[in-house]
Design a protein around this ligand. Structure first.
Ligand code: DGJ
Length: 703
């Protein structure tokens, strides 16, 4: 039973290994009680914390003193009210100017793995419903909130977050987060939290490459393989904020939700607003355990959860904007001969697209490049036994396009300001329903007219002058309504074309989050395809999302003389793709590529659907294992040999201790316990002289 009332006003959400307690304390406040390992007996769980007085944070004499005390009591969904100075989840302004929100508990409705808590404002017609859902097998708790205006005047929401997560009070926590920039996404940072607020956010309209809406808190000692970690994310593809706060009394809380920067939402009478979901968990199995919990959940909720991801070829790094029927046919011929299963034509195919200066918005084939339309190329690709995939960037418009000339008002803009382009393009305002409808109709026709099996959906700039002139809504709703618009367009197309596999992209990984992964099966995680740089990018990405969503191409990028083996092995850690100029590869390179693709097809179920264990994540030595039942595969990489030479050792993980396994290249079978307790020395960088940028792929087999 994932949920049960401990007594009349305490509710315990349990998963296979964890528990989360909340309830009404003696003051009638909805407070947090416990989050950690599942305990053997109900009376193991603590009593709920109550208000205690502290000068400047409350008033001991006041019977409503408990409305303050943000520093003192861990509230499940704190509002801005009373004597409270810590971060709230909710800040409102009522029609009469009052900006103090007092929520009273109404009732709780436990139902299977779900708990719904109904709250209502003490005076004003605002209902707040808190939703909790335990995902037992993944050891995750999902939270979101719904706000409803039950009155007859508008209420302005100035902040509305999805959840406040509380970790046990006491220790100093370390915050791990992922940051980066274009071509260098998902780099892990770790810092100890001190009293005050550490805020991470996106103000860019997309999730952004700068920071990811993911966090992990630990007491400073957790490793990849062990230690207590509280972690979570926000399933949202637009402006988000995360605030990790240590209060005056060393209580650590983390709020997460829609970004309140430049935000306001007018909740009109009768309207509701549902926040994005935040998903979080506790594990004793370190950062690796945290990753595997999220992977399991994400895999289950992808548009095509069971579908093995195909080996694809993408034209971008070879033909750029200069695509035409002849050069795409030539690439497709080569790709098919190597064993590629899906041929994707990237940017450059549509009307007037000869560079990044024109064409976005005019989504029909360029007559000069494709005089007979797309059909002959698609037939050719299908005739070679491959699926056909196509690149689009539907949210954008170049000023030099027929669409923009017809609808200049459709772009996001402030009327008195010059429209700042980025990559020579403007953003269509997908908060507008007419723009959404237009895109749905257009893309539906494109997908209906051709057997297109794969769409790469790109998004290549961030917002500026975020205006929505002439709207009847509060214009600052644009930030969130835009994202809802993207979800609506994408969701409608998915419903109408359920067989299409979708790739999410925003100049690489600029819109990577659990929200987009409800629409996209896989993500183009970085425009950096130079294999050494990708190791850290892939490792960071894999902290949140599983390998079956991580598209990785072998290309010609990078100055180092990297072997094809190294480049393939890096890409085989995710969804293998090719993006190099395979027309120019010699016979030996083609043979090697063919052999790697054959191997990948054999190990694909392990990589895409197995459990991931990082064995080494370092400056120069990286190793990752994918394990699926009794079968496994280990990839190891040496980027440069340090002097003096150190043996490169790794300890396997995730094996059944009493089963026996063989590891390719090592004599004899050993028990899982033996492989996991004694580190094996990997023959990387041998023989001498061929040390840098060497890699291994070793299969692990249960005997
Ligand atoms: C950015 C993407 O990340 C690239 O892979 C490519 O599709 C270009 N856009 C095309 O403009």
């Amino acid at each position: 039973m994932p949920l049960h009332p401990l007594d009349s006003d305490r509710w315990l959400l349990t998963t296979d290994h964890t528990a989360y307690l909340l309830g009404l304390n003696a003051d009638g406040r909805l407070v947090h009680g416990y989050w950690g390992p599942r305990l053997p007996y109900d009376d193991d769980y603590p009593a709920l914390p109550t208000y205690s007085h502290y000068p400047f944070n409350s008033d001991a004499a006041d019977e409503y003193a408990f409305t303050g005390a943000g520093h003192l009591v861990p509230e499940e969904y704190p509002t801005y009210e009373g004597v409270k100075y810590t971060e709230p989840c909710l800040k409102t302004a009522f029609a009469d100017g009052v900006r103090d929100t007092v929520l009273h508990f109404q009732r709780a409705a436990p139902d299977g793995e779900r708990l719904t808590i109904y709250l209502a404002e003490a005076v004003y017609p605002l209902r707040v419903t808190l939703h909790y859902r335990a995902h037992s097998a993944h050891d995750l708790i999902e939270r979101w909130a719904t706000l409803e205006n039950t009155g007859d005047t508008p209420i302005t929401l100035e902040r509305v977050w999805s959840a406040m997560w509380h970790v046990p009070a006491g220790p100093r926590y370390r915050l791990s987060h992922l940051h980066g920039r274009w071509k260098n996404e998902f780099q892990r940072a770790q810092e100890t939290l001190h009293p005050g607020i550490k805020r991470l956010e996106s103000r860019r309209l997309t999730t952004s490459s700068s920071h990811s809406p993911w966090f992990a808190l630990d007491e400073g000692q957790a490793t990849e393989t062990g230690g207590a970690v509280w972690f979570g994310l926000l399933a949202w593809s637009g402006n988000w904020a995360l605030s990790a706060e240590v209060t005056e009394f060393y209580r650590t809380q983390l709020g997460i939700g829609l970004n309140d920067w430049d935000f306001a939402w007018r909740l009109d009478p009768g309207e509701t607003l549902t926040t994005p979901a935040s998903l979080a968990g506790y594990t004793a199995a370190g950062f690796g355990g945290a990753a595997r919990a999220l992977h399991g959940y994400i895999r289950e909720h992808l548009p095509h959860p069971e579908h093995p991801r195909k080996v694809l070829y993408n034209s971008w790094e070879v033909t750029g904007f200069d695509v035409n029927e002849a050069n795409q046919r030539a690439l497709a011929d080569q790709a098919a001969a190597l064993g590629v299963e899906c041929f994707v034509m990237d940017d450059g195919w549509f009307h007037g697209r000869h560079s990044d200066r024109a064409g976005l918005g005019d989504w029909w084939p360029d007559a000069g490049k494709f005089p007979h339309g797309l059909a002959p190329l698609i037939e050719h690709v299908n005739g070679l036994g491959m699926d056909f995939g196509l690149w689009i960037e539907p949210e954008m418009v170049n000023p030099d396009s027929d669409l923009y000339r017809a609808h200049p008002d459709w772009a996001i803009h402030f009327p008195t300001r010059e429209r700042t382009t980025s990559r020579h393009q403007l953003i269509l305002n997908l908060a507008r329903q007419d723009v959404q409808d237009y895109l749905i109709d257009l893309l539906d026709k494109l997908l209906s007219a051709h057997p297109i099996a794969f769409i790469k959906w790109d998004m290549n700039r961030n917002a500026s002058q975020p205006g929505w002139p002439d709207t009847e809504r509060e214009p600052r709703e644009l930030w969130a309504r835009y994202v809802l618009g993207v979800y609506r367009v994408w969701g409608t197309l998915r419903e109408r074309h359920p067989g299409v596999i979708w790739q999410g992209c925003s100049g690489g990984g600029g819109r990577t989050d659990a929200g987009i992964l409800r629409h996209a099966d896989q993500i183009w995680i970085s425009d950096n395809t130079a294999a050494p740089g990708r190791l850290a990018i892939q490792a960071g990405y894999s902290q949140m999302f599983p390998a079956c969503t991580m598209e990785a191409w072998v290309t010609d990028m990078g100055h180092e003389p990297l072997s094809l083996d190294f480049r393939f092995h890096v890409s085989m850690c995710g969804v293998l793709g090719l993006g190099g100029d395979i027309r120019a590869w010699d016979e030996a390179e083609r043979d090697a590529a063919r052999a790697h693709i054959t191997t990948y097809k054999q190990i694909r179920p392990l990589v895409q659907f197995g459990e991931q264990y990082w064995l080494a994540k370092g400056d120069y030595f990286w190793a990752v294992q994918y394990q699926h039942g009794g079968q496994g595969v280990v990839f190891a990489f040496l980027t440069h040999r340090i002097d003096p030479v150190e043996p490169l050792r790794a300890r396997l993980q995730g094996l059944d201790p009493t089963a026996r396994y063989t590891l390719e290249g090592f004599d004899g079978a050993r028990s899982g316990a033996a492989w996991m307790s004694g580190a094996v020395q990997l023959p990387l960088g041998e023989p001498q002289g061929k040390t840098n940028f060497s890699s291994l792929l070793l299969r692990l087999t249960q005997v």
